[in-house]
Design a binder for this molecule. Structure first.
Ligand code: C2E
Ligand code: MG
Ligand code: MG
Ligand code: MG
Length: 282
């Protein structure tokens, strides 16, 4: 089933962007021209410190519009870009954009960028990130790299070495989608992450006593590991109240904001408005 839906994904993607008979080279080329023609962009979703009522960080999320202007979800194009290797150029572009944004917006302490395993296996990835930071004159700790737990961190020594080198560079390493894969626990025990992001699945399931207990247990696990915690996918005031009760201070989700343009994020952060939370969380 997973295989089939995967295949549909690729097909839908291929037809809309590349026609029906796309080869690997043509996909890479199409990605490259999408960058050149400004059809790739980043949007940013704030991560709120709810006690302070301020933006603590923002996650950069990639957007791609087809030549006809329709938006294509990263859930569709990222897996294809990973398979073809196009993610390498796209990922470098994203890092550079995010660092430029950091240099323009002092009011945002940190921006996180999603990075694929394919990128971490490239021998010069760390040097490239270092050069991008220097070029933008951004302090390394302001950039966070989000990696997904299913990442073969343990079995792939190249990936492990890259993560260690990124840490030496001073970049933050965040664990994304925690709780959704098989590698989560062993990841957490072997690598100390600056922040662990609990997947939105657990928030969505928290409207039953069983789901709420599961969410609490996952949160406690991360808290006890001594790593910072962000819960993503927060959509309702009830969820905010529950997460505050569980002691989670950093939240991200549609309840607060949808992902927004760089300009909108800059304005929001520069205004410095404190987040006004409703009665549910007072
Ligand atoms: P992710 O890193 O786990 O990103 C969070 C996703 O959840 C985003 O979807 C975001 O729009 C969505 N989201 C945020 N708050 C809520 C909420 O309250 N409710 C719901 N239902 N969803 C929420 P998006 O932007 O479609 O990205 C999907 C995935 O694509 C990301 O998951 C990430 O794995 C991947 N991705 C996005 N941009 C990049 C990139 O630049 N590089 C790489 N390698 N992967 C990327
Ligand atoms: Mg992420
Ligand atoms: Mg995530
Ligand atoms: Mg993800």
């Amino acid at each position: 089933l997973a295989k089939d839906s995967n295949r549909n994904c690729v097909k839908l993607f291929d037809e809309r962007l590349f026609g029906t008979n796309s080869t690997q080279d043509s996909v890479i080329e199409a990605m490259r021209s999408a960058i050149e023609q400004d059809r790739v962009s980043l949007v940013y979703q704030p991560i709120w410190d709810v006690a302070a009522g301020r933006i603590r960080a923002a996650e950069a999320l990639m957007r791609l519009s087809a030549a006809d202007g329709t938006a294509i979800s990263p859930a569709l194009f990222i897996p294809v870009a990973e398979r073809t290797g196009a993610i390498v150029d796209l990922g470098i572009w994203a890092c550079r954009q995010a660092c430029r944004q950091l240099s323009l917006t002092e009011a945002i302490p940190t921006i996180s960028v999603n990075v694929s395993a394919v990128q971490l296996r490239r021998p010069n990835f760390v040097e490239t990130v270092g050069a991008i930071l220097r070029e933008a004159k951004v302090a390394p700790h302001r950039l966070a790299i989000e990696i997904t737990e299913g990442l073969e961190i343990e079995t792939d020594s190249a990936v492990a070495e890259t993560i260690a080198a990124l840490k030496r560079l001073g970049v933050q390493i965040w664990l994304d989608d925690f709780g959704t894969g098989f590698a989560g626990l062993s990841c957490l025990s072997r690598i100390s992450f600056d922040t662990v992001k609990v997947d939105r699945l657990f928030v969505q399931a928290s409207d039953t006593p069983r789901g709420a207990k599961m969410l609490k247990d996952i949160i406690t696990l991360v808290q006890n590991s001594g790593q910072n915690i962000v819960v993503e996918g927060v959509e309702t005031g009830e969820q905010v109240a529950l997460l505050k009760q569980y002691g989670v201070g950093l939240l991200q989700g549609f309840y607060f904001n949808r992902p927004m343009s760089a300009d909108a994020l800059g304005l929001l952060a520069a205004r410095g408005d404190r987040l006004a939370l409703g009665a549910a969380v007072a």
